[in-house]
Design a protein around this ligand. Structure first.
Ligand SMILES: Nc1nc2c(ncn2[C@@H]2O[C@H](COP(=O)(O)OP(=O)(O)O)[C@@H](O)[C@H]2O)c(=O)[nH]1
Ligand SMILES: [Mg+2]
Length: 362
C-alpha cells in the first residue's frame, strides 16, 4: 500500500518523509525516490494488549515513497518529474506537500509563500499529465478504429467516447477522483494509472510557530481543498523532525508543553489510511496483538488469507467481536458469556475494529 509523496522542490517532502519514517532517506544513501515504512497509530492495540499482555504489538503499516521533483525548466518549477511518472503511477495514493513555512533562509521556488496557489498548480499538473495520457490513447484507438472489423467497432467507439468524456471533465479542471464515472470505466482507469484518479492527501508544511493554530489552519484547508477522496492536514516538518529524534518520553512531554496535540504525522498516516479506503481488523493473544489493514468490503475469507493462506484454505468460521463490545465486556470469555462474540461465515463483510479469531483446519 504505497503512498507517493510529491510537491515542488524545497517544499519539505524529504523532511516530512524522514520525520515520518524516522530517517529512512538518510539511511538509504542513494539518489532517486526514498522508500520508508510508517506504522499506522491505533490506540485500540494498546487497550487490547493490556488484556492479553502479548509478547509484541504489531501495527498496520503504510509505505511512503519520497519522489524527487524535477530540477525545474523554462516553464518554472514543477512538482512532477517525467522521470518518476511511473513511480507515482504505481502508487495507490498520492501525498502532496505544499510549503507553508516562511523561513527566509530557505529559497522559495515560486517566489512567495502561498500553499493554496502551489496546491492548485500541483493539482493542475496531475490533471495535465492525465490529459496527455488520454489524448495519446484516444489517438491510438481512433487509428485502430479505421482498420477494425465491423464487429470490433462498437467497443472502440465506446472507449473513445469514455476517454473523451473523462478528458473533457479534466479540461474543466475536475480531477478523475471527483468525476462521477460509469462502472465500465474502472478497468480503463486501472490500466492508465491516471494520477488525478488516485486518492489524494494534501499536507501543508507549516511554520513551527503556527503549530498552536493547527486546528484553525486545517479547518480552512478542509473548507477550501476538501473534495471527494481527498484529505487535508497541516504538519510542521521542522518540529516533527526535532520530535522524531527524541525518546518517546521526551517527545510526549515536549508535545504537551507546546500544546502540539496529537502528532501531525500520526494524523497524516491515519488520514492516508482513510483516503485509501482501508479499515483494520484486530487479532490478539499471548503472542501478539495486531492490526491488519484491509480494504473496506473485504470478506472474512479474504481477511483470513491476509494472515496466512492455510487459514484461508482451511477456513471453518470466524469468531468476531466488535472492539467496543470486547472492551465493555473486559475480555473474550466475558464477551462470549454476554453473547457479543458472534460466529461468522466466509462471506461476512469485515468491519473496522472487528476483533477476530479464525477457526481453521488444514
Ligand atoms: N524552517 C523550516 N524549514 C524547513 C521545513 N521543512 C523543510 N525545511 C527546509 O527546507 C529545505 C528543503 O527541504 P526538503 O525536505 O529537502 O524539501 P524537498 O525538496 O521538498 O524534499 C531544507 O533546507 C529543509 O531544512 C520547515 O518546516 N521549516
Ligand atoms: Mg527531497
Amino acid at each position: 500500500m504505497a503512498v507517493g509523496i510529491f510537491g515542488l522542490p524545497q517544499a519539505g517532502k524529504t523532511t516530512i518523509f524522514n520525520a515520518a519514517t524516522r530517517g529512512a532517506a538518510g539511511r538509504s544513501g542513494r539518489a532517486g525516490p526514498n522508500l520508508g515504512v510508517v506504522k499506522v497509530p491505533d490506540a485500540r492495540l494498546g487497550v487490547l494488549a493490556e488484556m492479553d499482555h502479548p509478547k509484541r504489538i504489531v501495527h498496520a503499516e503504510i509505505e511512503y515513497l519520497d519522489v524527487p521533483a524535477p530540477a525545474g525548466g523554462a516553464e518554472g518549477p514543477k512538482g512532477i518529474s517525467a522521470e518518476y511518472l511511473n513511480v507515482l503511477g504505481g502508487c495507490e495514493a498520492l501525498l502532496m506537500v505544499a510549503r507553508a513555512f516562511s523561513d527566509p533562509a530557505v529559497a522559495h521556488v515560486t517566489g512567495s509563500v502561498d500553499p493554496y496557489r502551489d496546491a492548485a498548480s500541483l493539482e493542475l499538473e496531475l490533471i495535465l499529465s492525465d490529459i496527455g495520457v488520454l489524448e495519446r490513447r484516444e489517438e491510438r484507438v481512433e487509428s485502430q478504429l479505421r482498420t477494425a472489423k465491423t464487429l470490433d467497432r462498437d467497443g472502440l467507439r465506446k472507449e473513445i467516447a469514455l476517454l473523451a468524456s473523462i478528458r473533457e471533465s479534466l479540461e474543466a479542471e475536475v480531477p478523475v477522483r471527483a468525476q462521477a464515472l460509469p462502472k465500465e470505466a474502472a478497468p480503463f482507469l486501472r490500466n492508465f494509472a491516471l494520477l488525478s484518479a488516485k486518492p489524494l492527501m494534501i499536507v501543508f508544511n507549516i511554520d513551527e510557530d503556527d503549530v498552536g493554530r493547527t486546528a484553525e489552519i486545517e479547518a480552512e484547508m478542509a473548507e477550501r481543498l476538501g473534495r471527494p477522496n481527498a484529505a487535508t492536514a497541516a504538519v510542521s516538518g521542522k518540529l516533527e523532525t526535532e520530535l522524531a529524534e527524541m525518546s518517546p518520553e521526551d517527545e510526549a512531554e515536549f508535545r504537551e508543553s507546546l500544546g502540539a496535540g496529537e502528532p501531525g504525522l500520526d494524523r497524516t498516516a491515519v488520514l492516508c489510511y482513510g483516503v485509501l479506503g482501508l479499515i483494520a481488523f484486530l487479532t490478539t493473544g499471548p503472542d501478539e496483538t495486531r492490526a491488519w489493514a484491509i480494504r473496506d468490503g473485504t470478506t472474512a475469507l479474504e481477511a483470513a488469507g491476509k494472515i496466512h493462506t492455510d487459514i484461508q484454505r482451511g477456513f471453518i468460521r470466524a469468531e468476531v467481536v466488535a472492539y467496543d463490545d470486547l472492551v465493555r465486556a473486559g475480555g473474550l470469555p466475558e464477551a462470549r458469556k454476554q453473547a457479543t462474540l458472534r460466529s461468522e461465515g466466509k462471506g461476512y463483510v469485515m468491519r473496522d475494529g472487528d476483533v477476530v479469531n479464525f477457526l481453521f483446519n488444514v
